[in-house]
Every structure is written in structure tokens, then in C-alpha cells.
Design a protein around this ligand. Structure first.
Ligand code: AMP
Length: 478
């Protein structure tokens, strides 16, 4: 099964676009800082002043990629930024985004979050009829498809091809006339609209709006495409009034299924998605775990950072003291992005250190948001035992992660998922815990679904809301 994801460029990324601000480049840069948790592999910013687009991108963190000159020296009133987190393998600097292209409709920059499930098929067709690709990113099929339309208006060109692209995309396109922003009909990934001093912002998470002092306007609807013209746009190619946001909704295709993992793990706790605060949601998941549990322990602890909210929820509900059991080194990226299992294990070791004085002699209940390969849980259970814990109980605020994600979350192939072919008892044994409990899909649906609508839970159930066109070959998924 290890080859299921060969050539797959899954990208759980962050996008930030701003239109109509004299300091567009600087604001975009700060916006990307706030989205850094969504991708640490590469970062890029494209800026325009209504003519040509200037792009700076590179591998590494936002703080490493851009110089002061890049940010302050690039004049423009519209900018598009991206942070990228890709699967291992191909995808170096040439795959970092924004991807800038010169098309007959004008110069444009593309940045997206998600994964198109039919990009390989589309690309093969396009290549057969002469298209030459510059990257291995799934996103690059979009400009190629747009260039083949007869629409000179980029907004119309995109909306006329959007039915051809399948899967997850929260996409922004920077054109000299303004920004096009689109969410796939399932709305797998978040994308919201905000306002700052009369300028509009489109970004992956509300925490980036807060970071730059912008007001949240609304989340884009699944299947919605908007166009935000630049104030000085002559709209020579766009038949739209300046400063009026045009929206086009494909209601018949809309079939909302927001990725539940955004709440479980990805999004920052200070972000809201469809009005639901991520920290509050995680706390509620932790409470639910406690409601279903009767574990006698001395303290509850969470795996920083993503599980602290859930652990405090558990502790409050169970009336057991919450303690800081682990200290996270904040100056390294996420270990998941490191290729190869042995190197990944070293990554975990550098990342977390137990507080021996808290742990020693105690029965510890550790809350984490997920078990994917099992590396983290196994390692932390061992750490706690080595630090003198009498017992280590593990509680997970999601169900067993059994199926790969094809909509943009990096979980690699099914064979690597510890839960793909193990019972809960076998997983407990594999990670060495005294006890192990998970939440069920219905818990997630009850806690989150009511507020945010239907959720994509394919990683737990194997029920994929959009057919995985490029991957489904007889016998391969199972
Ligand atoms: P693993 O060690 O492979 O079982 O991964 C589970 C741990 O990684 C948990 O502590 C999660 O907080 C975190 N995690 C879950 N999903 C991801 C992901 N897609 N990328 C990075 N880290 C993740």
C-alpha cells in the first residue's frame, strides 16, 4: 500500500491575500507569520501595483525566506502570500507558491490550500495536447485550464473551468486587476474574508486577520468564488466595478464537508471557523472524552500545543488537576514533515521534554488530538515512564485514523497508519499505554457538526465525499 500516494503533492497550506492597501506586501508578510503553523516548508509573496507581478519565494520559515528589502522594497497595493507544507519527495522551490504565470489573459499568481483529486488526470490530458508544466504542484493545472478558455476576464475564465477541478481547494489568484478567491464545493478547507482600512483580505484562518488588525467579515461559502478588484483597477479585462466584491456561487454543486481535522489538529486555537472557536471546540472534545471515561489518575496533561485545550477540557470535566507534563521546544518545525521514520523519531525527541518533577510517582493521563503513525504517543508514553510515571493512560480527541486523506492532509499511505489494521487494544499495546480511549465519529458530529454543518470524516470512516479520481484503482484503496 505504500505506493498509494506516490507523486501525490498533498498540501496543507496557508494563504493570505490583500487587495487595496498601500502596504500590501508588509501586511501579507505579517499575515503569513500568523499562518506559519499551516506550513513550514516554503513561503512566498507576490505583489502587484496593477501591472506586473513581483514574486519572492523560498524554502523555510517566513522569518527565513524574506529580507527586509523584499517586504518593504516591493511597492504594490495587492499581494498574495502562501506558506506550504508538503508531503516528502518532489516539490522543492519550484513547487513553492505562489505560482506565477504569464497567460494571454495577463500575468497571474496562484496560491492554494488543499489537494485536487483529479490533477494528475487533468495534467496528463493537458500535456498530451501540448501544455508544458513548470512544477509538480496540482494547482498548476488551473492556469493551464484557464488559458484554454475564450474568456479574457480572469474571473470568468476561472468560473468557466471550476467544474473541471475536483477535490479540495481554497484558492486565491492575484491578477493585475484584483484577487479571485474560491472555495471548492465541499468547502474542505477554511477561507475567510476580512477588512482592514478599506482593504479586503482573504485568508485561511481568522487568526491572521487578528494578527494584522483586520475585521472578520465572513467565511466564504462552499462553492463560492469572489472577485475583489484593486481600487485603481481599470478593469480593462474585468467587467466589474472597482471595490465591489463580485460573488458567484455554485449552489447545485455545493455539498459542504469541512475537514474535521481543521478543528482536531490543524487550525490555530485562536481561529474561528464558521463562527466556532477552535480552542472552545477542542475543549468540548476533551470534555466529551472525560464524560465517557472513568479513569483514576493523579493528573491530566496535554501534548503541546494542539492538545492543551482538549486536556484542560478533560481535566475540568473530570475534576482532576491539569498539569504541564511536557515542554515543547518552539524553535523547531513540526516533526511530521521530516522524511523517513528514524529521522522523524529524532525529530520528536528534540521537540518534547517531560517535566520530571510533575510526572514522577504519579498516574498520568495524557490527552492528544490524534494517533496517526503512533510515533508521538509511543514516544511520550516511554518518556513519562522514564520520568517515573506510575501509570500512563492515553486519551485521543479523535477516532482511530484509519484511511489516508486525499484532500490535503499529509498522512502518507494507509500502510503507515497505525490504526489501519489494528484494533484499539493492539494500538494500546503498540504504544505501550496502560489504557487508551478514542472519541467516536458521532462525538465529533454532535459537538462540531451542529454548528459547522456536515464534516469530512473520511480519515476515520473511509467514506470519501469526493471520488478520489487519480488514486482509485481496483484493489488499491483497500
Ligand atoms: P503520529 O506521531 O504519526 O501518530 O502523529 C500524531 C501526532 O502528530 C499528534 O501528536 C498530532 O498532534 C500530530 N499530527 C496529527 N496529524 C498531523 C499532521 N497531518 N501533520 C503533523 N502532525 C500531525
Amino acid at each position: 500500500m505504500g505506493d498509494l500516494n506516490e507523486g501525490k503533492h498533498s498540501e496543507e497550506c496557508g494563504v493570505f491575500a490583500i487587495v487595496g492597501h498601500p502596504d500590501a506586501s508588509l501586511i501579507c508578510y505579517y499575515g503569513l507569520y500568523a499562518l506559519q503553523h499551516r506550513g513550514q516548508e516554503s513561503a512566498g509573496i507576490s505583489v502587484t501595483q496593477g501591472n506586473r507581478i513581483h514574486t519572492v519565494k523560498g524554502t523555510g520559515l517566513v522569518s527565513e525566506v524574506f529580507t527586509k528589502e523584499d517586504v518593504l522594497g516591493t511597492v504594490g497595493n495587492a499581494a498574495l502570500g502562501h506558506v506550504r507544507y508538503s508531503i516528502t519527495g518532489e516539490g522543492g522551490i519550484e513547487d513553492s507558491q505562489p505560482i506565477t504565470v504569464k497567460m494571454w489573459q495577463g500575468q497571474m499568481a496562484f496560491a492554494h490550500n488543499g489537494n485536487l483529486v483529479n490533477a494528475r488526470t487533468l495534467r496528463a490530458d493537458l500535456e498530451r495536447s501540448g501544455s508544458i508544466f513548470q512544477t509538480t504542484s496540482d494547482c498548476e493545472v488551473i492556469p493551464h485550464l484557464m488559458a484554454r478558455t475564450e474568456q479574457s476576464d480572469p474571473f470568468k475564465a476561472f468560473t468557466s473551468i471550476s467544474h473541471m477541478i475536483m477535490g479540495a481547494y481554497s484558492l486565491c489568484i492575484l491578477t493585475p486587476q484584483g484577487v479571485i478567491a474560491a472555495k471548492d464545493p465541499n468547502g474542505f478547507r477554511p477561507l475567510c474574508l476580512g477588512e482592514l482600512d478599506g482593504a479586503y483580505i482573504v485568508c485561511s484562518e481568522t487568526c491572521a486577520l487578528d494578527a494584522v488588525g483586520a475585521e472578520f467579515i465572513r467565511e466564504l461559502d462552499p462553492g463560492e468564488t469572489i472577485f475583489i478588484p484593486t481600487p485603481d483597477s481599470k478593469n480593462s479585462r474585468c467587467s466589474l466595478n472597482p471595490r465591489v466584491i463580485s460573488s458567484c456561487k455554485n449552489a447545485c454543486r455545493a455539498h459542504p464537508s469541512l475537514c474535521v481535522f481543521e478543528f482536531i489538529y490543524f487550525a490555530r486555537p485562536d481561529s474561528d471557523i464558521y463562527g466556532v472557536n477552535v480552542h472552545a471546540a477542542r475543549k468540548a472534545l476533551g470534555r466529551r472524552l472525560a464524560q465517557k471515561d472513568e479513569c483514576e489518575v493523579d493528573l491530566v496533561t496535554g501534548v503541546p500545543d494542539s492538545s492543551i485545550s482538549a486536556a484542560t477540557g478533560y481535566a475540568e470535566e473530570a475534576d482532576i488537576p491539569y498539569e504541564m507534563g511536557l515542554v515543547k521546544n518552539r524553535y523547531i518545525g513540526r516533526t511530521f514533515i521530516t522524511p523517513g521514520q528514524s529521522v522523524r523519531e529524532i525529530g520528536v525527541k528534540i521537540k518534547l521534554n517531560p517535566l520530571k518533577r510533575v510526572i514522577a510517582g504519579n498516574r498520568v493521563l495524557m490527552v492528544d488530538d490524534s494517533i496517526v503513525r503512533g510515533t508521538t504517543s509511543k514516544y511520550i508514553v516511554n518518556l513519562f515512564r522514564a520520568a517515573g510515571a506510575k501509570e500512563v493512560h492515553v486519551r485521543i480527541t479523535s477516532p482511530p485514523y484509519r484511511f489516508p486523506c486525499y484532500y490535503g492532509i499529509d498522512t502518507s499511505s494507509k500502510g503507515e497508519l497505525i490504526a489501519s489494521n489494528r484494533s484499539e487494544e493492539e494500538i494500546r499495546e503498540a504504544i505501550g499505554a496502560d489504557s487508551l480511549r478514542f472519541l467516536e465519529v458521532k462525538d465529533l458530529e454532535e459537538i462540531l457538526g451542529e454548528k459547522v454543518g456536515t464534516l469530512c470524516t473520511a480519515c476515520f470512516t473511509g467514506q470519501y465525499p469526493v471520488p478520489v479520481v487519480d488514486m482509485v484503482k481496483p484493489g488499491r484503496i483497500e
